[in-house]
Every structure is written in structure tokens, then in C-alpha cells.
Design a binder for this molecule. Structure first.
Ligand code: SF4
Length: 323
């Protein structure tokens, strides 16, 4: 049976204006997210993961804009909606969690007030009903003393507790799409495990489709079905989770996901080098050990489909399976 597509991003180009000129943060990026799928996007800090999320949410701020591209939520073109309509979609149909949740939450409102406000804006639940739903959700995520926490302000909570509050706020209304940005980064191992567990249970019990933005291959391996690897705002490879860990074809994916074998194969130079590269070319050409003359004379390679579910954008991909 064909999978039901919930979110479709096509040929996204997101640019920022800076004092040094235009920064092409995201170039020619596409993805398709189906119902209940967990699609991981992995890349180093600064690769553009958060910018992809903010582009979909239309929260780029004053300096950023979508130059070209389309974003469809269940076939509705959300880039062309008036901001008032977009506001009713954010938080209800698409939610985003952020890494630094303690600085995103309002420091002076109680946790209960902030979660209930999300419910109030988008539903007709009574105060009592939204209060019960809030308490139940905080308990489900493993928040200690949930009832007491509802009366506390975020500044009184640990980073892990704030992250749990943020995750509750973004999933309590069971959005169609959750954009989860580094949900476990900077947390202790126990809180990481609790959040991952909650995330898995929440996703399996609901129809939420998730974009999981991370730089941690471990979180990806635990939670994602499919993976996209990005570098400097460019999509390099996409494949199902097991396949991409077993058989990464892009030299950069290989370095990122199979670091032990990479010590022998050496796909990327580790020393720091001047990376000023023509923005239309492969962004890795200066550090890639597999670069061939075509890489230095041609534009960024297009996605090539390998077997119907594995795509790679590289002129000289790795072709051996690693057992
Ligand atoms: S296109 Fe060329 S430079 Fe870029 S990653 Fe592939 S082999 Fe390396």
C-alpha cells in the first residue's frame, strides 16, 4: 500500500542576509515525510538542520527568507498562506521543539499556564480538561512531581525538565508533523533515555510524523526509520536507517556514520583547510579524498537513485558494502 505523504518539501533554497552578503544556508533541498515516519536529518552543527525546520515553520526571522521552493502539508501549500492562517497551523498541525528549551520557554509563566495556553489556543477544552491533560502528559514523560512542576516557572527547573516540558507542549495536541531539533543534546544519560523512550511511545501510539534533526548517530539509530545526511545546507544522501549505517555511499556519510572504518578508508581530510568553494559545486571538494577531476569542474551532483530507496549525490560514491 502506498504510504500517505504528510509533508513534502521541494527544491528549498533558504538565504540569509548578513553584513558580508547573502548566505545560501539551504540549497536545493527536498524531502517527503509520510504518516508515522521518523525521518532523521543528520549533519554537523551549522549544517542547516535548524534552518530547514524554521523554513517549514516559516519562522526564519527578519534576515532570512525562502528564495525558492515549496512546502506542502497534506497537499496544502503552506508557504502561500497568510500569516494568520499559518499561526493556526503552528502548534496544532506542525510543532517544533528546540534544543535550548529553557531559553525558549517563557521564564515568568508557570509550566502549567504555558502548556494550557497551547491547548486553549487550538481547542475548546475547558480549563479542568486541559489541566488534566497537562498533568497526564507530564506524568507520561516521566516528570517527577508533575503536579508541583505545573506551578513552577521554567527558571526553577533543570535543562532536562525544561526539555520534557517543551516536548509535552509540542506533542500534546498530536500534531501531524513534529520537528524535533536536538531533543536530547546536552542532557544527562538518564534524561536522554527517558526522553527517547517517551518519544518512541508517543510516536507509536499516535499518527505523528517526525523530522528528527540531530548530529548524534546514536539517537538516529534508536529513533529514525530513514536518514538524510546534509552538509552546508546540501542534501548528500538518503536511505533507510539500516542501509545507511551498513552501506553509506557518500564519502561524508561514511566518515560521519562509520568513523572506525573511516580511519582506514580515509574519505575526508581531517586537517583544517581553507574551504572557500564555489557555492554551486560540491561543498566537500576541498577536503574529500575521493574527489576526481569532474568534482572540480562541475556543479554539485544531482541525487542519483541507487535502488528505489537509496539516493546519493556524489560523482565518486563508495560502492562496497561494509559488514
Ligand atoms: S562529489 Fe566529488 S568531491 Fe564531492 S563528495 Fe563526491 S567524490 Fe567527494
Amino acid at each position: 500500500m502506498a504510504k500517505e505523504e504528510i509533508l513534502l518539501v521541494k527544491d528549498l533554497h533558504t538565504y540569509f542576509e548578513s553584513p558580508r552578503g547573502t548566505v545560501r544556508a539551504i540549497q536545493n533541498f527536498s524531502l517527503s515525510l509520510s504518516k508515522k515516519q521518523v525521518l532523521g536529518i543528520i549533519g554537523e552543527s551549522g549544517a542547516g538542520k535548524t534552518t530547514i525546520g524554521l523554513s517549514i515553520m516559516r519562522l526564519l526571522g527578519m534576515d532570512g527568507h525562502i528564495e525558492t521552493g515549496t512546502v506542502h502539508l497534506e497537499k496544502q501549500d503552506i508557504l502561500s498562506l497568510p500569516e494568520t492562517e499559518m499561526r493556526s497551523i503552528r502548534g496544532k498541525d506542525i510543532s517544533m521543539t528546540f534544543e535550548n528549551s529553557s531559553s525558549i520557554l517563557n521564564p515568568s509563566d508557570s509550566v502549567g499556564d504555558q502548556i494550557r495556553e497551547t491547548i486553549r489556543i487550538h481547542t475548546n477544552l475547558t480549563y479542568k480538561e486541559s489541566n488534566e491533560l497537562t498533568l497526564q502528559s507530564l506524568n507520561e514523560i516521566g516528570m517527577q512531581n508533575a503536579r508541583k512542576v505545573m506551578d513552577m516557572q521554567p527558571r526553577e527547573l533543570s535543562a532536562g525538565a525544561c526539555q520534557k516540558v517543551m516536548l509535552v507542549m509540542s506533542t500534546i495536541l498530536q500534531p501531524k508533523v513534529l520537528i524535533a531539533d536536538e531533543i536530547t543534546r546536552s542532557l544527562d544519560i538518564i534524561t536522554q533515555a527517558q526522553i527517547s523512550d517517551h518519544f518512541r511511545r508517543r510516536i507509536s501510539k499516535t499518527d505523528i510524523s517526525t523530522l528528527l534533526l540531530t548530529n548524534d548517530p546514536g539517537i538516529l539509530a534508536q529513533l529514525a526509520d530513514t536518514v538524510i545526511v546534509i552538509y552546508k545546507g546540501r542534501k548528500l544522501e538518503q536511505a533507510p536507517i539500516q542501509e545507511i549505517f551498513k552501506r553509506p555511499m557518500h564519502p561524508y556519510s561514511f566518515q560521519l556514520l562509520r568513523p572506525m572504518e573511516n580511519r582506514k578508508l580515509k574519505t575526508m581530510r581531517s586537517e583544517s583547510i581553507d574551504e572557500s568553494v564555489d557555492p554551486d559545486m560540491c561543498p566537500l571538494v576541498a577536503k574529500c579524498q575521493r574527489a576526481i577531476s569532474k568534482c572540480r569542474t562541475s556543479e554539485m551532483p544531482q541525487d542519483t537513485d541507487i535502488n528505489g530507496h537509496h539516493q546519493v549525490a556524489c560523482y565518486n560514491p563508495i560502492s562496497v558494502a561494509i559488514d
